[in-house]
Design a protein around this ligand. Structure first.
Ligand code: PA5
Length: 426
């Protein structure tokens, strides 16, 4: 990706060249810490070695056991779904990808009613193998398959860690299974078995996704001026220090809408610790120019906007017209219009002193997606190092998971007692 910090330098709460130069010394130290963590295969940092350690042949060997299906249904939540969803929703395929990440009964029922279950691969993903939402959804899906006369053991792929209920289920039924690599937290697992099985089932080039990740990995240096990932991580951190506590991520490409969701999880769950962090907001250009942009430009001055776009887009010429007042559109293209909207938003924010960062990728394809995902993960890790937070843990998320399980009788958890006490007070 290419990162342009120009509109963060020009705005009032923004950065100066001197700030960035001073920060660059801290970036060099953080980079030393990151590379040591990668070399030592330390928890979390190991995710940044995935472009080299992930094994696309092993993924394919497992996914090739299924004939090209009509659909893939991923049952997983959070980091066990969003990486695959980002890639699947960015790229075209004749294999439909669906994601069951919530336990909304209406949605689950409606999805199961319309899926061609006999020609669907069910991809159940849980690193811990114990997440209640995922396992509950899977039990519902399994029953629906049986009711439809489909042998679920023939149509199910499991991706999980070494232990847990899901591993036990895979072993008991001899299901095809992929391992979640050690040391890789859910939200950093897009470039592993967790994120790559769905694209492999859809016929995408997973080697190219990893090659993009490798390009990014090789570009990591000790300076924010040479490393786009670090430029983004350092600038967002420094802007947060100056009050930009919301980061509105606004891709100008429908294909990257899920990327904004993935980014929001990465940023919130990794950096929201110890009273620190930066709230990610999701927007889509140009659609949200007609809604959220009002707030970003004229609301509380506590935001930065990350504007993201591919520089190469599909051709879609706008037909010539002699309709009154519309002649200016004819001969142009939808892509040109979208780019004009992008630049208009950028300029409008800068004119109102709202810091904004321009992030560009060459095009939306496997290689550039792999690179983008890796670079945003590296940016997040750098931000975490600069802020001094424990990027790879998620105690607040774990609290809720335990409380919910305990409430349903799935174990003895003090977190569940706290909820039960509150229920009694009502
Ligand atoms: O990033 C994380 O750690 C979380 O979002 C997890 O991915 C999510 O809670 C799902 O966990 P699991 O894969 O254990 O089911």
């Amino acid at each position: 990706m290419h990162v342009d910090l120009g509109n963060a330098l020009e705005t009032t709460p923004g950065l100066t060249r001197e700030t960035l130069e001073r920060l660059d010394e801290r970036v060099a130290n953080a980079h030393g810490r990151i590379t040591a963590g990668m070399a030592g295969d330390e928890f979390g940092y190991a995710a940044l070695t995935l472009p080299e350690t992930a094994d696309p042949d092993a993924i394919r060997a497992t996914t090739d056991r299924f004939d090209r299906p009509e659909a893939v249904l991923t049952v997983g939540i959070g980091g066990s779904a969003l990486g695959a969803a980002t890639i699947a929703n960015a790229l075209d395929s004749d294999v439909d990808a669906h994601f069951l990440d919530n336990v909304d009964p209406d949605e689950t029922r409606a999805l199961l009613d319309r899926l061609p279950l006999a020609d669907t691969v069910v991809n159940v993903v849980s690193k811990s193998g114990t997440t209640a939402e995922t396992l509950a959804n899977f039990l519902v899906v399994r029953e629906a398959m049986t009711a439809a006369g489909v042998d679920w053991t023939e149509r199910t792929l499991v991706t999980t860690g070494e232990a847990g209920n899901l591993r036990a289920l895979a072993d008991a039924h001899d299901l095809p299974a992929l391992d979640v690599p050690d040391g890789v937290p859910g939200r950093f697992s897009a470039l592993s078995t967790v994120g790559l099985a769905v694209p492999a089932l859809q016929g995408h080039d997973v080697e190219a996704v990893l090659a993009g990740g490798r390009d990014a990995m090789e570009s990591l240096s000790g300076s924010l001026f040479e490393t786009p990932a670090y430029a983004y991580g350092a600038a967002t951190y420094a802007l947060a220090e100056r009050g930009a506590l919301t980061n509105a991520v606004m891709p100008y490409a429908e294909s990257l809408e899920t990327f904004a969701e993935w980014f929001a999880q990465l940023w919130a769950e990794s950096l929201g610790k110890d009273g620190l962090g930066q709230t990610p907001a999701r927007a889509l250009g140009a659609t949200d120019q007609h809604s959220q942009l009002q707030l970003y430009r004229a609301g509380p001055p506590d935001k930065l906007v990350s504007l993201i776009r591919p520089t190469e887009r599909a051709e879609a010429p706008i037909p010539e017209t002699d309709l009154d007042g519309l002649a200016y559109l004819g001969g142009s293209s939808l892509g040109e219009l979208l780019d004009a909207e992008f630049e208009a938003t950028e300029a409008s924010l800068a004119a109102a002193d709202v810091p904004n960062l321009r992030v560009e990728i060459d095009r939306v394809d496997e290689r550039n997606l792999g690179r983008l995902l890796y670079e945003m993960e590296a940016a997040c890790v750098l931000y975490g190092e600069l802020a001094g937070v424990s990027t790879f843990t998620q105690p607040a998320v774990e609290w809720g998971k335990k409380a919910a399980r305990g409430l349903l009788g799935g174990g003895d958890f003090p977190e569940a007692d706290a909820v039960a006490d509150k229920r009694e007070l009502r």
